[in-house]
Design a binder for this molecule. Sequence first.
Ligand SMILES: [Mn+2]
Length: 431
Amino acid sequence: MQIITTHKSTDFDAFASLIAGSIIYPDAVPVLPKTINPNVKTFLALHKDIFDTKEPREIDLEKVKKLIVVDANRWSRLERFGKIKKREDIEVFVWDHHLGGDMNPVWSCQEEVGANITLMVKYLSKIKMNISPIQATLFLMGLYEDTGSLTFPATKPDDAYAAAYLLEKGADLKVLTSFLSQAYGERQKEILFDMLRTSNRMKINGYTISIKTIEISGHIGNLSLVVHMYREILNVDAAFGIFLDKEKDSCIVIGRSRIDDLNIGKIMRTLGGGGHTGAGSALMKSVNPEIVSSLLKEFVQGNSSSSIQLSDLMSYPVFTVDVNTSMEDVAMIFRDKGVTGVPVTEGEKLVGIISRRDFKKMRKESQIKAPVKAYMSTRVISIGPEKSPMEAASLMIKHDIGRLPVVKNGELIGIVTRTDSMRYLYDLLPD
Ligand SMILES: [Mn+2]
């Protein structure tokens, strides 16, 4: 079975790419994630019969042999299909307008253009495949949404050629604007006004930037457009919106920049998200927006001032326990040392981390006699001593862990905790 799918929070570019994919690969089943942007949902409600797609849960993952991914290049962005990433018998094809990714495709078409649909339209025109006016309209919607109607800095000549081709194929601008204009509706306007009313600007490292935290509730589409407009109106080099949803305990961080040196994609990748030079976003769970804001400032600051390395900050020597230490003894050590976690070693080798959380895995009281290796977490994330406190902080946020072993040439030489790196950040960044 062949599947085509795209990223969660499906926008028009992703949906258009999915449909274009089903023309290019007629034998593949198009699978649309359940979480799609509201304007795409409205469009679909009216065009249900024309664009037939399946839901991820309708697919028997066992039967999937070929997976074609459009407008995405990371497993984590897919709905449900992430489960099959370890299977070696699956051929992955990737179409994306961002380079990189973690999908290890056997074939890919990845070029930096403004919209993913551009790459697919280019191919469709090359093979002279006919597209209907309705398809052309959808494709142009995707193209316009991702490129801000060809105005975003990431727009390339190919995007404009593709737009011309789609107009030639009968794309209907009236239909298009009625769906795209929803992107900036009443709620987006309120948020933008809210941001503007309390706007701030600062000068960091020679750049003017603005970082604004706004509380939201429930899904609000197209916050990226709001940040885009906010940056333009404020006329700053870069703007960041931190959208805090208290109910979901999550933060959407969105950035826009007009300066190539201020690479938003790079910043967002460090926060666990993605993007490109001019635009990007990250979704973070259980984080304090003030810390996110400090992180952003530190990123803009760049490494120029953070000559401080982790080796200056970490604690050492590191107290460790042997894999065969009993849980009972570990509990005692936690109490005596006043710590909440320690690395576990076997001989010289770091093999795991035991933290207070792992104690919850015990079901019976007698298990307290068991060796630590039965309960420790063996997925050890570590960091090199030459890295910055910032990199340590973002690794800890990304993996939701409280401490990071510092490892040099395979040897454990120190440990750094979230408190260490946060203390450093706050001392460095008087607000
Ligand atoms: Mn896209």
